[in-house]
Ligand binder design. Sequence first.
Ligand code: ATP
Ligand code: MG
Ligand code: MG
Length: 282
Amino acid sequence: MNIELSLVLGFEVDTINSVQFSNHTGYQHFKGQVLNDTQLGDLLEGLVSNGLDCYTHLLTGYIGSPSFLHKVKSVVQHLKTINPNLIYVCDPVMGDNGKMYVPAELLPVYQEEIVPLADIITPNQYEADLSVRLLSGQKIASKEDAGAVMEWFHGRGVKTVVLSSTDLGAEEELVVLASSISNGTKDKFNTHIPRLPVNFTGTGDLFAALLLAWTHRTNSDIKRSVEATLSTMQAILQRTLTEARREAGDGKPLTVRHLELKLVQSLEDIRNPVSRLPPPPS
Ligand code: ATP
Ligand code: MG
Ligand code: MG
């Protein structure tokens, strides 16, 4: 998914599929292969041999084993020695809605080894909770708690923290919070978006990929980046839901199949998200 998006927004992308599955794991069954750390090392070695290891950005998402995550750490470190300005966007995929869906041993590896290398991090509320529990033993229950967890990430060197969704607003809303440090100044803000009454799969990946693209395109203007990202997200998800209801037929239950994200149908919303902000000063 990230690759098509990035091409539309003008990025050339090399993709490493850490898994290759028949379908996403929201379906009842899936079959396929999982890349291991040695195989990841082989791919990097091939790039290095040809001098192809110079990248402007690196984005990582779901990683299912500590050995693979360790290898990712060495890949990030290597790519940062080749391009010290490389921006590493880490989506620390560990769980959602109170449940961890990776082995528990991944948490300390993220916290101690990966987070200090990340420039931008995009945890959802549960993933942010996992960190705040270290601080206070509590879950995130307020915007102040969310602020504290964003500070925790800043304290480890992460310049931009975006909590991709939280339940800190009204019932029918999602709240997205962001905090970003550039040139010594901190920019913080939050925004409330309507919560659609279904569970989508792949929204976290889409969010991280869009945010990467828009931080680059807005020269790290975090407010505009999150705005553009959410504008595209809302358009895609609304279209997905409308089409799913149409495909299922009046009032019938929606299946995982119906709710596959309507990306191709949304190219214009990816290219030109409608902004609710005034234009930037020229
Ligand atoms: P995933 O469940 O795919 O791993 P995630 O938990 O990492 O995703 P979320 O924070 O749930 O990511 O979602 C990312 C973005 O997707 C949110 O900022 C929001 O814009 C959009 N989104 C996801 N689900 C909904 C929903 N039900 N209604 C409205 N927007 C949604
Ligand atoms: Mg979620
Ligand atoms: Mg996520």
